[in-house]
Design a protein around this ligand. Structure first.
Ligand SMILES: [Zn+2]
Length: 254
C-alpha cells in the first residue's frame, strides 16, 4: 500500500496551524519527503525518524518548499544522525544554491549527509525500486513536476506551476494527483501565470484521467472547501483538500 501524508499545504508561507508545502509518501520500507516547506520537518518527525528517509525531492528553491531541508541537515549532521547520505533531488541550479546557504565547501558535512542530484525534465531515477520521473513546471525559477511510481500506485505532484507545464503528461492515469490550486476563482487575462486555479487543477485531473485529485498549496484568500467545489466541477471525479495531518491511502486495485 502507498500512503501520502500531508505535512503542510499552506502556499507561500506557513500559518499558525498549517506548515508550508510538504508531503510524506511511503510504500513498504520506502519513504520519500516531497518538498521540505517551512514547518514540515517537525511534522515529518511526528510520523517517522527523518534519518531513515529514502530520499527527498525539492520541487524548487522557494523557501516555502525547501527551507526545512536545513532542519533535516541539522538533524543528520549534529543530531541523532541517520542512514547518510540521503539522496536529495533538486531542479537545475538548486544544488549550488542550497549548499551555499550551508556555506558548504568541498569536504563539508553537508555533502556527507546529503547526496544532492540535479534533475531535469525528462529525467528518471530509481529509489529502492520506486521510480521518480520529472517534468517541467512553469514557475519563476526552475521547478519540477514529479511522478512517483511505487509499484502498487502512481502519485503525481505538481509542485508550483502555472498552465503549460508537463503536469498532464506526468499525471497520465495516476491513482492520485496532488495538484496546487493557489488561485481563487476564474483566470482572466492578467491572472498570475505561475500558479493554477482550482478549476485548472480539476481540468488537468480530467485530461490526465486520474482516479482522484487532492488540491493543495492554499494561498491567502483561497478557501480549501471552495477549491474542492471548483475542482470537482471541472474534474467530475473525487476531490479532497490537502489538510495538514491528512493521509491518503492507495490500495492496489489492479
Ligand atoms: Zn509555493
Amino acid at each position: 500500500m502507498t500512503t501520502l501524508t500531508v505535512l503542510g499545504s499552506s502556499g507561500g508561507s506557513p500559518t499558525r496551524t498549517n506548515p508550508a508545502s510538504g508531503y510524506l509518501l511511503t510504500s513498504g520500507a520506502t519513504s520519500i519527503w516531497l518538498d521540505a516547506g517551512t514547518g514540515t520537518f517537525m511534522a515529518l518527525s511526528g510520523h517517522m525518524d527523518p534519518g531513515t528517509l529514502s530520499a527527498v525531492v525539492i520541487s524548487h528553491i522557494h523557501v516555502d518548499h525547501c527551507s526545512d531541508l536545513f532542519g533535516l541537515y541539522g538533524y543528520l549532521a549534529h543530531g541523532p544522525s541517520g542512514n547518510v547520505p540521503i539522496p536529495v533531488f533538486v531542479p537545475q541550479g538548486a544544488a549550488e544554491h542550497l549548499s551555499a546557504f550551508a556555506r558548504a565547501g568541498e569536504g563539508h558535512v553537508f555533502h556527507t549527509v546529503f547526496d544532492v542530484t540535479e534533475v531535469a525534465p525528462g529525467d528518471e531515477v530509481d529509489v529502492a525500486g520506486t521510480k521518480l520521473r520529472f517534468g517541467k513546471a512553469i514557475h519563476t525559477v526552475p521547478a519540477l513536476v514529479t511522478r512517483v511510481e511505487t509499484g502498487d500506485a502512481v502519485v503525481t505532484y505538481s509542485g508550483d506551476t502555472g498552465p503549460g507545464s508537463d503536469l498532464t503528461g506526468l499525471a497520465n492515469g495516476a491513482d492520485l494527483l496532488l495538484c496546487e490550486a493557489s488561485i481563487a476563482g476564474e483566470r482572466v487575462g492578467d491572472t498570475y501565470p505561475y500558479h493554477l486555479t482550482a478549476a485548472e487543477a480539476g481540468s488537468t485531473a480530467k485530461a490526465a484521467r486520474v482516479r482522484r485529485l487532492v488540491v493543495t498549496h492554499f494561498a491567502n484568500g483561497v478557501d480549501p472547501a471552495t477549491a474542492v467545489v471548483e475542482a470537482k466541477d471541472t474534474f467530475g471525479g473525487p476531490v479532497d483538500s490537502a489538510m495538514p495531518g491528512a493521509s491518503f491511502m492507495i490500495e492496489e486495485e489492479r
